[in-house]
Design a protein around this ligand. Structure first.
Ligand code: NBG
Length: 791
């Protein structure tokens, strides 16, 4: 069958198989995979009366699809042997695909893992997102190590895995007037409209169903001026009409930060309006009534980015279907569920009321009414003394702002955080008044990751070892990993497990050499911090320890040392100055250390540019240490922490996000925990945190910071890292200095443990064996039992 297809493919090109280029092989494999998918797409879950999940997210960081699809279709091995016959390597061929980078970081990647799990578990679902022409920018480094951004044209229009669905087109209105037609009746007359075209990417579940990730694209044919985009001038501030092609041109490159731009609000509304219309179209086409909507559909809001879907559904029910407010609200408030992904104030979206009044006037009227009804409820629940505080906290409209998280809590039947500690903080710190008002609405669903991509596909050698020792398909039931727990002390198993890590390190070493020309010591500890750059994630804490270690080794050349390679990857938002300083500082330190002959084989720093899913797939299997060092209380969950630990890296982390649960499951002796806790940070702040004191009292710390300031790592330029140094000494909101000593001690503990290889390998095996709970299949089951199908 595949042979026949290959024959035809070659005939069309008038070439022999031996003459095909790697790109041509890629195209061939992509075509046969696409045909296999389309033959039975969508292959739905058996028709049941279960609720379908509509997963609304502005980001889906799906990564390369072809390898994943071949695996899920069960034809990976066939493709591999076909290619081998012609001297080709499938892995190399799959490298031809450019990842669709339609997300910033964890939030978008989580959405992709969840789609995979829902398809694998036959949970009926559609992912709704945007078909950005430019995904997250590509990252490079300039001559002084500064981040450089270029557009990521992922070749959207020629992406072979997608399927255009012209029949699903929608029209979306913006701005204009609202006529009050008496009673509760309003008529919105938008000033202009934009068409939404649907593109489906098939999500092929592992031995499961196939269902769409439906991405909406604003339609128009005008060309895009990339130079203007780089100037940050792509918002047509003066113009009242934004042309459709601009709308889905580019993903906003912020992670955990709201920029508040008009075009972003328009993207959000466009995304929601197209998706709500599509959900209702399908629902009504099945002959079901509007009142039955919550029975058959749930709309899961991935953070507040799609919050405007709530007033949009209300608008459609009220204005198009002429429902009364109470009836519309009864439907709406049983359909939406909201996942909160952050407590950081700068990431909690708020829109200026005047902007909403201009762009979405009808929605603002609806939000105002929601706010008024809420006011009555809060009045009834809280005493006079309590009221003012409770209203401050719960109001949707406050100080001329629309608070999107509040809108989500009010409009949803369930709200969840993404790790236990985070969900607890959502209730205790962010929304205590809501928790009292809406009892039973708050839940926890700890994040998870798909083992198909993050073990099976990215770590084939480990997968094979697991296959040999585990009865049953661990790819589908990750708890089966427990079966290797008794082998943790088995010398033979240890050797096999260790050899796999070593091979993976060799592969990564090759990648490092090819990308940045650095030859690393493959026997060193591979210490990995890979994630977006953000002050709260504290890559600069890691950096200070590297500098201190460097200084120590310089001062005592004879000192015994456990060799290390510190590996970084991650992007900073183009407008995030401090995060970019940290990137530049790491590159500056790397340059000095890597070119110092005294450090040869002892200490190296590799910063790999352009972090993306496909690069993560190479780094994670090779990691020995997983840096999860955010300030306690700031990282909602993290998911890289799960991927790394499952692939046999030891977590070096604070008691933050899912680290807490990782430590519980792995066993405290199999992780290294350091630093302040949520409570002790609170105390630190109450006492009045002064970072300078730590600088003054700790000589090691002082020397490290001084070296950043005095030009040692900036070609003698003392200004280059001035902002970073000043921030650490005078603000240090994320308490880097307060955690430095404890972090350094934890790093020493890592070195000590690594020296006892037998114990180390045992520990890493136990991490793999005990962390099956962090499969996204478990997360989806939790959503099913705690939220979607809760009785
Ligand atoms: C991020 C958190 C991470 C978390 C992911 C997925 C946002 C707003 N939040 O800790 O910072 O793992 O969401 O839940 O991007």
């Amino acid at each position: 069958m595949a042979e026949q297809a290959l024959h035809e493919y070659c005939e069309r090109l008038s070439l022999q198989p031996k003459d095909l280029s790697t790109t041509m092989w890629y195209q061939f494999i992509a075509q046969i995979s696409q045909q296999a998918i389309l033959q039975n797409f969508p292959k739905n879950a058996p028709l049941t009366n279960t609720r379908k999940v509509n997963y609304l997210s502005m980001e889906f960081l799906i990564g390369r699809l072809l390898g994943n699809n071949l695996m899920s279709l069960g034809v990976y091995q066939d493709a591999e042997s076909l290619l081998a016959k012609y001297g080709q390597n499938l892995v190399d061929v799959l490298e031809q695909e450019r990842d669709p980078s339609l997300g910033n970081g964890g939030l978008g990647r989580l959405a992709a893992c969840y789609l995979d799990s829902m398809a694998s578990l036959a949970q009926p679902a559609v992912g709704y997102g945007l078909h950005y022409q430019y995904g997250l920018f590509k990252q490079g480094f300039g001559s002084t190590g500064e981040q450089r951004e270029t557009g990521d044209g992922w070749n959207r229009d020629f992406y072979l895995q997608q399927h255009h669905r012209p029949e699903l087109q929608q029209t979306v209105g913006f701005a204009g007037e609202v006529l009050h037609c008496g009673d509760d009746r309003y008529e919105w007359q938008p000033a202009w409209t934009i068409c939404g075209e649907a593109f489906d990417l098939p999500v092929v579940g592992y031995k499961g169903v196939q269902q769409p990730l439906r991405l909406w694209q604003g339609y128009s044919e005008t060309a895009f001026d990339l130079a203007q985009f780089n100037d940050g001038d792509y918002l047509l501030a003066e113009s009242k009409v934004v042309d459709a092609s601009k709308l889905t041109k580019v993903l906003y490159p912020n992670d955990n930060h709201q920029e508040g731009k008009e075009l972003r609000l328009m993207q959000q509304y466009f995304h929601c309006a197209c998706s709500i219309a599509d959900i209702l179209r399908e629902h009504l086409a099945k002959g079901r009534s509007l009142q039955q909507l919550p029975e058959f559909e749930v709309i899961q809001l991935n953070d507040t980015h799609p919050a405007i879907a709530i007033p949009e559904l209300m608008r459609v029910l009220l204005d198009q279907h002429q429902l009364h407010w109470e009836d519309a609200w009864a439907i709406c408030s049983k359909t939406f569920a909201y996942t909160n992904h952050t407590l950081l104030p700068e990431a909690l979206e708020q829109w200026d009321q005047p902007l909403l009044a201009k762009m979405l006037p009808r929605h603002l009227i609806i939000i105002d009414r929601i706010n008024n009804e809420l006011y009555q409820q809060v009045k009834a629940e809280f005493s006079e003394d309590e009221f003012s505080q409770a209203w401050q906290e719960t109001a949707v409209l406050m100080n001329n702002k629309v608070r999107m998280a509040n809108l989500c809590v009010v409009g949803s039947f369930a709200v969840n955080g993404v790790a236990q500690i985070h969900s607890d903080l959502v209730v205790s710190d962010l929304f205590p008044a809501y928790a009292r008002l809406f009892k039973g609405r708050f839940h926890n669903v700890t994040n998870g990751i798909t083992p198909r991509r993050w073990i099976r596909q990215s770590n084939p050698a480990l997968s094979q070892l697991l296959d040999q020792h585990i009865q049953g398909d661990w790819t589908k039931d990750l708890e089966l990993l427990r079966q290797i727990e008794p082998l943790a002390k088995d010398p033979q198993f240890q050797t096999a497990y260790r050899q796999i890590k070593q091979q993976n390190k060799q592969v990564l070493a090759q990648v490092i050499q090819e990308t940045i020309g650095l030859k690393v010591n493959e026997n060193a500890i591979f210490d990995v911090q890979i994630k977006r750059f953000h002050e709260y994630k504290r890559q600069h804490l890691n950096l200070l320890n590297i500098i201190a270690t460097y200084q120590e080794l310089k001062a005592n050349p004879a000192q015994e040392c456990v060799p290390r390679v510190f590996i970084f990857a991650g992007k900073a938002a183009p407008g995030y100055f401090m995060a970019k300083q940290i990137i530049q500082a790491i590159n500056g330190v790397a340059k000095v250390i890597n070119s110092d002959p005294d450090m040869q084989g002892k200490l190296q720093v590799a910063f790999l540019p352009d972090y993306r899913v496909s690069l993560a797939e190479k780094i994670i299997p090779a990691a020995d240490v997983s840096e999860q060092i955010s300030l306690a209380g700031k990282e909602a969950s993290g998911t890289g922490n799960m991927k790394l630990a499952l692939n046999g890296a030891i977590t070096l982390g604070t008691l933050d996000g899912a680290n807490v649960e990782i430590a519980e499951y792995a066993g405290e002796e199999n992780v290294v925990i350091f630093g302040h806790t949520v409570d002790s940070v609170r105390q630190l702040r109450t006492e009045g945190y002064v970072s300078k004191r730590y600088y003054e009292q700790d000589e090691t710390l002082r020397k490290a910071i001084d070296a950043l300031a005095d030009g040692t790592f900036s070609d003698g330029e003392t200004e280059r890292f001035e902002a970073l140094v000043n921030d650490m000494l005078h603000h240090d909101y994320f308490c880097v200095l307060a955690d430095f000593a404890s972090y350094r001690q934890a790093q020493q503990e890592i070195a000590k443990r690594y020296q006892n290889q037998t114990a180390w390998v045992e520990s890493t095996i136990l991490n793999t064996a005990r962390l099956g709970t962090f499969s996204s299949d478990r997360s989806i089951r939790d959503y099913q039992t705690r939220i979607w199908y809760k009785a």
